[in-house]
Design a protein. Structure first.
Length: 131
């Protein structure tokens, strides 16, 4: 994940719902990480209805300050990101060893098409959800 953007956010009435949903999504990523990125764990977590539902819920609950960013990042996960991990058969090693530089940028969210959106979401998470 890219570094947090240099922007200040404050909590509002939708922050709690958004942060709770974000926590649910993060637990899925932590589950994959704790499996040492086992391809079966990645396939299970990232093809589950709950993954898509969490992305939908994040979009629905996103505060107005980050709504466009969340929409862009959710769409990124549904499309480009999912395509890259699917093409690698959910094996992170294949992304790093056989993937193109663009595949790696897509996977790490450092691609120019999404990096700014994700850095704003990271800032929101750090300042509001974890702050």
């Amino acid at each position: 994940t890219p570094a947090a953007a240099d922007v200040a956010f404050k909590a509002d009435s939708s922050s709690k719902a958004y942060c709770t949903t974000l926590g649910t999504l993060i637990r899925g990523f932590e589950e994959v990480e704790s499996s040492r990125f086992d391809p079966q764990a990645m396939r299970t977590v990232f093809t589950a209805d709950s993954f898509r539902e969490s992305l939908d819920s994040l979009e629905e609950s996103a505060p107005s300050d980050i709504a466009a960013d969340q929409e862009a990042v959710s769409e990124w996960f549904r499309t480009r990101w999912s395509d890259v991990i699917g093409e690698s058969d959910y094996d992170i090693r294949r992304i790093w060893l056989d993937g193109t530089p663009e595949d790696r940028a897509v996977f790490t969210l450092s691609h120019p098409d999404v990096v700014e959106h994700d850095s704003r979401l990271t800032a929101y998470e750090e300042e509001v959800c974890n702050g």
